[in-house]
Design a protein around this ligand. Structure first.
Ligand code: NAI
Length: 301
């Protein structure tokens, strides 16, 4: 099999001034892509800012013989995102890949969380994925080519104490992906998500150094690079950490048809074992498949 290459392709990586994004940007550039290194700078809770981080990664890419430009816009700033996309088009004339990776944390248990902190985190992750995607969407559709990788988290897929804001945003990204994967298919625009685990400033202090040593961002990046490639699937959630990779899916059980006559809460209770029986459970590619199942079951199928 041939190597995965990105010669002639242009990528935007958000939040690429450090951590996972930096690693994704370096690897795309190493494989021939021209890369826009976006990062607002600032601390992990989203305060402050500065363009040193993105410039430093651009210098690293150039030192490898690659091409890159730095961009210091916030992914939530409409004008900044529009400028980033315009600058990219002016410079290189196309955009093939978007990795929506930028993120912040403002952890607190829900009872202690102020709504502004909830909204802020929701905004950076969810709208900070939607806005760059919107800005490149028509370009990718017109090119009949695009690969988008967004970044979710086990906190969104499964939950994590103290991260209701972050979890809501991260699963919101999956809801967004689930629909635009359908809308992008006709024009060969594929969108997938990565759910990483990696030692970055987001996770330092959460685990012992010996564990963090096994969780280098570079052990996640190969999965992301595959999702940026021409062979990428669409609509997948790839979990990745420590060199392990798996697919996460939302599944639905086959369930049971209880009929119309005498339908009651008690009947639901009494059939709970059948409703939750995992035999034959399935992941659907589109919402309509669920309705089709209901009608099939109604007709005795
Ligand atoms: P990180 O803090 O090193 O990287 C995030 C980057 O995003 C920072 O460089 C930051 O300056 C930038 N950023 C923040 N707000 C921005 C904005 N409004 N506009 C542009 N850039 C902005 O953390 P890490 O771990 O590399 O995180 C990358 C992504 O992976 C995030 O979306 C995070 O939620 C996700 N993730 C990370 C996990 C991990 O184990 N490290 C686990 C699950 C998800």
């Amino acid at each position: 099999m041939s190597d995965i290459r990105f010669d002639g392709k242009v990528a935007i990586v958000t939040g690429a001034g450090g951590g996972l994004g930096r690693q994704h940007a370096l690897e795309l550039a190493r494989r021939g892509a021209k890369v826009v290194v976006n990062d607002l700078g600032g601390s992990m809770d989203g305060s402050g800012g500065g363009s040193e981080a993105s410039h430093a990664v651009v210098e690293e890419i150039k030192a490898l013989g690659g091409e890159a430009i730095a961009n210091g816009s916030s992914v939530t700033d409409d004008a900044g995102v529009a400028r980033m996309v315009k600058d990219t088009m002016d410079q290189w004339g196309r955009i093939d890949i978007l990795i929506a990776n930028a993120g912040v944390l403002r952890d607190k248990s829900f009872s202690k969380m102020d709504l502004p902190d909830f909204e802020f985190v929701l905004g950076v992750h969810l709208l900070g994925t939607v806005k760059p995607t919107k800005a490149v969407w028509e370009i990718m559709r017109e090119q009949n080519y695009g690969r988008i990788v967004c970044t979710t988290s086990s906190s969104g897929l499964y939950g994590n104490f103290g991260q209701s804001n972050y979890g809501a945003a991260k699963l919101g990204i999956i809801g967004f992906m689930n629909t635009i994967k359908l809308e992008g298919q006709k024009n060969n625009v594929h969108i997938n998500a990565v759910s990483p685990v990696a030692a970055t400033r987001m996770t330092e202090g959460l685990m012992p150094p010996a564990v963090l040593e096994k969780l280098k961002p570079e052990y996640v990046t190969p999965g992301v690079v595959y999702l940026c490639s021409e062979e990428a699937p669409t609509g997948c959630i790839l979990t990745a950490g420590a060199g392990a990779f798996a697919l996460a899916r939302i599944v639905e059980t086959e369930g049971v048809y209880l009929g119309e006559d005498g339908l009651s809460a008690e009947e639901v209770r009494d059939n709970w074992a059948k409703i939750t029986d995992e035999t034959g459970q399935k992941a659907y590619f589109a919402g309509g498949e669920q309705g089709q199942k209901f009608f099939r079951k109604m007709s005795g199928g």
